[in-house]
Design a protein. Structure first.
Length: 78
């Protein structure tokens, strides 16, 4: 999952985008989502790490454009 997100962040045609939408449906724990490839600490990726990949300094092609993150993952506990 992490490599796919990095690849998307590095795309050169983002200046053509009017916005960015990311949907993740997975399992998770508090403030983390799990991928199937075991990437990240204990197979989990921090949600803040995902969203920060697409901020203006890390992804200048999307600077000033709306970014929507839909993450459906349990966050532990009941």
């Amino acid at each position: 999952m992490w490599q796919t997100l990095v690849d998307e962040k590095d795309k050169e045609n983002q200046l053509d985008y009017s916005c960015f939408v990311l949907c993740i449906l997975s399992h998770g724990s508090e403030n983390k989502v799990y991928g199937t490839d075991g990437s990240g600490a204990s197979g989990a990726i921090d949600i803040s790490d995902i969203t920060s990949l697409f901020n203006a300094s890390n992804c200048p092609g999307l600077a000033g454009k709306p970014k929507l993150f839909f993450i459906q993952a349990c966050q532990g506990g009941w």
